[in-house]
Design a protein around this ligand. Sequence first.
Ligand SMILES: *[C@@H]1O[C@H](CO)[C@@H](O)[C@H](O)[C@H]1NC(C)=O
Ligand SMILES: *[C@@H]1O[C@H](CO)[C@@H](O)[C@H](O)[C@H]1NC(C)=O
Ligand SMILES: *[C@@H]1O[C@H](CO)[C@@H](O)[C@H](O)[C@H]1NC(C)=O
Ligand SMILES: *[C@@H]1O[C@H](CO)[C@@H](O)[C@H](O)[C@H]1NC(C)=O
Length: 752
Amino acid sequence: MMSRGGYIRYFPIFSTLLAITLTAGLVAVNGDVEKDFYIIFLRDQPIFSRELSVDEESLFKLHIDVLSTLKGSDVDAKESHVYSYTKIFNAFAAKLSRDEVKKLSRMDEVHAVFKNQYQKLLTTRSWDFLGFPQTIRRNLKMERDIIIGVLDSGITPNSESFKDDGLGPPPVRWKGSCGPFVNFSGCNNKLIGAKYFKLDQEQLPAGEILSPVDVEGHGTHVSSTAAGSVVANASVYGLGRGTARGAVPSARLAMYKVCWGGCADMDLLAAFEAAISDGVDIISLSIGSPSKDILTAIGVASFLAMRAGVITVASAGNDGPTPGTVENHAPWILTVAATGIDRQFRSKVVLGNGKTTSGKEINTFNPKRKFYPLVSGADAAKAYASKENASHCIENSIDPVKVKGKLVLCNLVELNTDSYIKSIGGIGTIFNADDLDIAEPIYMAPATAVNSTEVEPINDYIHSQRSPSAVIHKSQEVKIPAPFMYFASSRGPSPGSEYILKPDIAAPGVGILAAYTPLATLTGRKGDTQHSKFSFMTGTSMAFPHISSVAGYVKSFHPDWPPTVIKSAIMTTGRTNLSSRVDSDAEFAYGACQMNPTKAVNPGLVYNIGNEDDYIPFLCREGYSGSILALLFSYNVNCSDYPPPTSHDALNYPTMQLHLKNTQRPTTVVFQRTVTNVGPSPSIYNATITAPKGVEITVKPMSLSFSTAFQERNFRVVVKAQPMSKGVKIISSSLSWRSSRHVFRSPIVIYQ
Ligand SMILES: *[C@@H]1O[C@H](CO)[C@@H](O)[C@H](O)[C@H]1NC(C)=O
Ligand SMILES: *[C@@H]1O[C@H](CO)[C@@H](O)[C@H](O)[C@H]1NC(C)=O
Ligand SMILES: *[C@@H]1O[C@H](CO)[C@@H](O)[C@H](O)[C@H]1NC(C)=O
Ligand SMILES: *[C@@H]1O[C@H](CO)[C@@H](O)[C@H](O)[C@H]1NC(C)=O
């Protein structure tokens, strides 16, 4: 039993809520006070007493009791009750007024209240590019025991990527289920579970189906990258032809559909709980929104998942290159950024005068004629429309008569311009756009994008001819230097904590070919008629399933490694020679490195955070206290019992970060680290430091020797940094421990 008195309650969401309502006031609807969905966590989380079987019935009763006390009646309690979390969490969702929430939050049983918020879904070649060929050494026996749970928009169960050829029944520990559901052909030995959560019961978006089936394409794509079976000859209209697969093609998948346009916190929590209690090893999600809070609903759920031995892998978000945009930044989440691979698609544009250029992104259409008339949108304005609008081919700005049967040159402002031009009778679009790296790199009609240098001769040609003409050819694959950062991959520094470098790691996420749903067209844009079993997508959503897959690959060799150790193994062994095209954000863009699956299996050393309580000093310093910590740790945490941390970041984290505050004098800090030998013994590691001018780094001791397996060694890193020059965003340095067989590397990042 937990003692209850005397600690401060912390309600991160509640405080935002107060601020909102103070300005907006309460909205009365038909005399009723407006109600919202809330998630209420109670004390004593069942996860911590896993040995005892959880009495779900009595937890449910408790939830109704709490609501009855609040409402004064059982009937009202049941009416406002939405869902009980009883397997892993002791929490419930309910529809409540703000006054009721205030009262609830004062009750002793209540440990945290979250207002339900809607998060956004962050919207083949990659494995070979990573030096991870199909023939790689695999531990098939264990690989078949790995279960990856994906929280997303659903899945296409009958996709070739989820065929179960050669796979036996699921591991015996699996407790998941799979319908039956409408429009869902069912599970097999590859896709071993599927569930959906839609607790708000509000109307479904057009085309959505109340079933784990994917009508959007995202969840199918992500799942097949994470653990898709091997599918030879996969392509999109012949483009990108090759073998589609996950890194662990024999691992199992379970889909938890939580996104219906938006993804509600209360659905996400239900999915976390289901996934953990069903028995997944890895939870994968590309859902989030910008937040300064570490302990969001996802933050709390992923912590409790970690306590149950389940690692959470999540995308960093697509809000870059703006600094400080990284999402899912809790230190127990593996946060993934997106890089480009060495393949790009270009489409040849030939002008009537024989001059050629080439444009970007994917055009699946072969021209039917040698040339088409070419017109500039600016010269095809409708009466009363501005020339400026017409030059951007903005909807309703173009005269259909002037573009019928023609290719139209448009300055890009909107992605669906190709759809607009087609709808008014145009043949296709040449876009003028610099730095185009769009999330859905496919056009719905003939189109391509040239940059502002390449567009000049086209413009000149149009205006020097009486009847200009051009043709856009179907895209072809070209090699480009890689890796490079996806420009929209969200960037550090982390808004959650100045002590932790985020994102953690980078993986390919640009133009990734993976399975797709037949229920959506390739672009989803009006008038699109393209359907394909595979599609190309771009974003951190395409990057993080590569890491889920690698986490599965590592776990298949080391089934007993806990989440923090797997995370360390992936972060300390990657490639750091991210070529010249990686931008100046350095680690704020890509984290520790670009992952290297074959090395991650055998890291030599690991940073472990063996005891979850080790997170307490870190969380206390971040301002968390009282009941939210009691919720995470299952006992009353009194922050004043913990002396100020001796290590700068108060965590045994695989990377080190220093935020300089003094702009006049040098700053000196100490990082304490403990490493565990998971490589051969005996072995000796020697420290190598790289640091630019203005930064002095010393390590004590400079050499670590291990005589047995799992032996631990401590070391101290002292970093002394001069104030940074103006305009410098980040200073990169590093510490590498080298033995005869291993390089174990941690970046040390300094910013001001
Ligand atoms: C879903 O199933 C219903 C009833 O079986 C059917 O009418 C409908 O066309 C199906 N929807 C899709 C998208 O397949
Ligand atoms: C690959 O698929 C294409 C159709 O997309 C087909 O024409 C071709 O024969 C297939 N090749 C092999 C080797 O199966
Ligand atoms: C230009 O487009 C904008 C956005 O659609 C519209 O609000 C504006 O009225 C247009 N201007 C003219 C002159 O057509
Ligand atoms: C346009 O692309 C060409 C060739 O790829 C390149 O040389 C040129 O610098 C680019 N121009 C701009 C404005 O990016």
